[in-house]
Design a protein around this ligand. Structure first.
Ligand SMILES: Nc1ncnc2c1ncn2[C@@H]1O[C@H](COP(=O)(O)OP(=O)(O)OP(=O)(O)O)[C@@H](O)[C@H]1O
Ligand SMILES: [Mg+2]
Length: 454
């Protein structure tokens, strides 16, 4: 079976340029279609996937950059080379920033065009192969994306491996950024459903009415504007896994509807009467305390028990700081590779800083901090200065108010005791922190001691 030659699309409102290019590329053995404007280009790509498009920048109906942006939603992996007779640095930068694969100025030099086309197609092939390779790795080893060797993470791996093969619903709990979605994917990838759809539904993203039809689908005529029947996300996930993120945000009527789906393994589209069987595994996640939500009347306990057949609780990063060096190096390499920056490692001081921080945003925050540091780095090694100042701040520095009914004198003594504690009992250091001299500190402590006795 012979592989068909790459299919190119040439878009230019100038007929002469268009035909010249089409002919030259045809002679190179490519299959070529042409479009005389932006709208026509979008229609052609919507009808059929292309391997590459060459798009003129200035066209009367829709300019090249707008075409580029719209193409990204129609065929995201389509490389687009922008053509222009008005080459400036600004347009070149704008084109590349908008996602153009390359940029060619008119009048064309045919040799240059052939090279750019060949290079762009080769890069696309490589990207596809990489994607394929990553998929295979994932299939073979399951959860390649999860980094961490702390005993907490090893427990998570074991749990994931155990629940993956079961068909039960799973509830993943944990603070923001702890990797709940990553674990949901790992469960899917390690299950018999791997290779079938993994559909992410953010329960907090849409208003209730829209969300119901998004999740359960709707029949034709179910509401104004429902011209055709549509499958919902639960139906789209059939055979695979549906990840319901932020499940605590689900409204009461939708909680009831979801409960019915889990019990009966069917869905009912909006405006539909007949239950439709669906084969979908539900994995839900929340960073709320669902038990508390139940106590407050915000969540159904019967749904909670349905979801909570197995619970995976993601540990916050500050409780497994032994994973921080591993994660930091992992993100460093990923961002260095992605941006082409020659950053290789962190200094021990920088690592110590990261290990001591309390990471309220968990792994996601660490990821962002490393991304920023890699972007700013001026050498192969990330230094202390490459990290934001707030990492140096301690949590809980703001004073907490003592019990009500204390006099100013009480508060003063309470505060002195706190500072002394924080200074590890070192009175010299405590006096420094308080900004008073040592004798004053001794006097306060002495008075306190005699009063405590009396
Ligand atoms: N163990 C890990 N190894 C590697 N990357 C991780 C790990 N945990 C989390 N990440 C990364 O951190 C980021 C946040 O993870 P994820 O989106 O899964 O968190 P989440 O718990 O769903 O957060 P939220 O509650 O805010 O939705 C992602 O970019 C993810 O790839
Ligand atoms: Mg998430």
């Amino acid at each position: 079976m012979s592989v068909p030659s790459p299919l190119l699309l040439v878009v230019d409102d100038d007929q002469v340029a268009r035909e010249l290019l089409a002919e030259a590329l045809g002679r190179e053995g490519y299959r070529v279609r042409v479009a005389a404007g932006g709208e026509e280009c979008l229609q052609l790509v919507a009808a059929q996937p292309f391997d590459m498009a060459l798009v003129d920048l200035r066209m009367p109906d829709l300019d090249g950059l707008s075409v580029l942006k719209r193409l990204a939603t129609i065929q995201p992996d389509l490389p687009v080379v922008i053509l222009t007779a008005f080459a400036t640095i600004e347009t070149a930068i704008a084109a590349v920033a908008a996602g153009a694969a390359d940029y060619l100025s008119k009048p064309f030099r045919m040799e240059e065009i052939k090279i750019v086309v060949a290079r762009t197609l080769a890069a696309r092939r490589l990207a596809h192969e990489n994607l394929q390779y990553r998929r295979e790795l994932k299939a073979r080893y399951g959860f390649d994306a999860l980094v961490g060797q702390s005993h907490q993470m090893v427990e998570i791996y074991k749990l994931v491996a155990r629940v993956a093969s079961l068909e039960t619903t799973v509830l993943i709990q944990g603070e923001t950024g702890t990797g709940k979605e990553l674990v949901a994917r790992a469960i899917h990838d390690a299950s018999a459903r791997a290779g079938r759809p993994f559909v992410v539904v953010d329960c907090a993203a849409l208003p209730e009415t829209l969300f119901e039809s998004e999740l359960f689908g709707h029949e034709r005529g179910a509401f104004t504007g429902a011209f055709v029947a549509r499958r919902g996300l639960l139906e789209t996930s059939a055979g695979g896994t549906c990840f319901l993120d932020e499940i605590g945000e689900l409204t009461a009527p939708l909680q009831a509807k979801l409960l019915r789906t889990l019990q009966e393994r069917t869905i009912r589209r909006v405006g539909g009467n007949d239950p439709i069987p669906v084969d979908v595994r539900v994995v839900a996640a929340t960073n709320h305390d669902l038990r508390k939500l139940i106590a407050e009347g915000g969540f159904r306990d019967d749904l909670y028990y349905r979801l909570n057949v197995v619970t995976v609780t993601m540990p916050p990063l500050r409780e497994r700081s032994s994973d921080i060096p591993l994660l930091a190096q992992h993100f460093l390499e990923a961002f260095a590779q992605r941006t082409g920056r020659p950053v290789k490692r962190l200094t021990p001081e920088a690592l110590a800083l990261l290990a001591a921080y309390h990471w309220p945003g968990n792994v996601r925050e660490l990821e962002h901090v490393i991304e920023r540091a890699v972007a700013l780095a001026s050498s192969e090694t990330l230094l202390l200065d490459d990290f934001p100042l707030h990492l140096r701040e301690q949590p809980d520095r703001a004073p907490r108010l003592p019990a009500a009914g204390m006099t100013l004198e009480d508060v003063k003594r309470w505060y002195v005791t706190k500072v002394l504690e924080e200074a590890g009992g070192n009175k010299v250091r405590a006096a420094e922190l308080l900004g008073i001299d040592r004798s004053t500190l001794y006097r306060i402590l002495e008075r306190q001691a005699t009063e405590d006795e009396g």
